[in-house]
Design a protein around this ligand. Structure first.
Ligand code: GLN
Length: 244
């Protein structure tokens, strides 16, 4: 299928509240890597009070507990429609605070539990320490296998049931600093603690997500044209294995 006749619809959920450490860069990367291939991008920013239409890909960034609280109530009101989007094959990427809300709940320090939308079987509780620093993850589904980014969270996330991690933490703490894993995946729902932003330095993961979103829309696997990722992979390789 010629990429020039393809389209992908992307929704950015609550960017005015959850956009910590440049998480907006993930949406810019997805849009650019489509546009560079001639794939049309329909883009919608979803803010508090907006309805959420069907999209091929949904992105939500991270934020401090206060912003997370504001978004959690609103996101919860869309839980059933987003679960049916998940079951319809839509792609989701959540970073840190957004990732935490993909689970059943996030329990902050000395505050009420924030209910998540249960896109994945996971839960998060605030830990005593803050995990801050670079992270290198080894996956079993990407080429190159590694994902790199920056973590800054106190939340400890625990995966359950059929929810699998993105990979093993080679450097850094990841989900909870104990089980040696980072991130979560269930169906086409992906969550991670990796800020940075993540996708500019992990172009192979960006393309993986775009491919899944196109497959959801067109019902078949579509081979993406290879892009020149010299700079992106140089940035990727400059972080691998380094804590700071
Ligand atoms: N408030 C959450 C935590 O500290 C998420 C932080 C973030 O999104 N970086 O774990």
């Amino acid at each position: 299928m010629n990429e020039r006749n393809l389209k992908i619809s992307i929704a950015h959920l609550y960017p005015k509240l959850l956009n910590l450490y440049g998480d907006l860069g993930n949406v810019i990367t997805l849009k650019k890597r489509c546009e560079w291939r001639g794939i049309e991008v329909e883009f919608e920013e979803i803010n508090i009070g907006d309805k959420i239409d069907n999209h091929d890909l949904y992105f939500i960034g991270g934020g401090q507990d206060k912003q997370q609280e504001e978004v959690a109530q609103e996101l919860y009101s869309h839980k059933s429609e987003l679960i049916s989007q998940r079951d319809d094959g839509a792609v989701f990427l959540g970073i840190c605070g957004g990732y935490q809300l993909f689970g059943h709940y996030y329990q902050p320090h000395d505050k009420d539990k924030l209910l998540g939308i249960s896109l994945m079987d996971a839960y998060t509780v605030a830990g005593k320490n803050r995990f801050i620093g670079n992270v290198t993850v080894e996956t079993d589904f990407l080429e190159p296998k590694t994902l790199v980014g920056f973590e800054n969270h106190s939340g400890l996330t625990y995966l359950q049931g059929d929810t699998k991690p993105l990979g093993k933490t080679v450097v850094g703490n990841g989900n909870n600093g104990k089980d040696g894993f980072e991130g979560g995946r269930y169906k086409n729902v992906f969550g991670t603690y990796l800020h940075g932003s993540l996708l500019p330095k992990n172009p192979h993961f960006a393309d993986y997500l775009i491919s899944l979103a196109l497959e959801k829309r067109y019902g078949e696997k579509i081979e993406l044209t290879k892009l020149d990722d010299t700079f992106e992979l140089a940035a990727h390789n400059s972080v691998i294995g380094k804590k700071y």
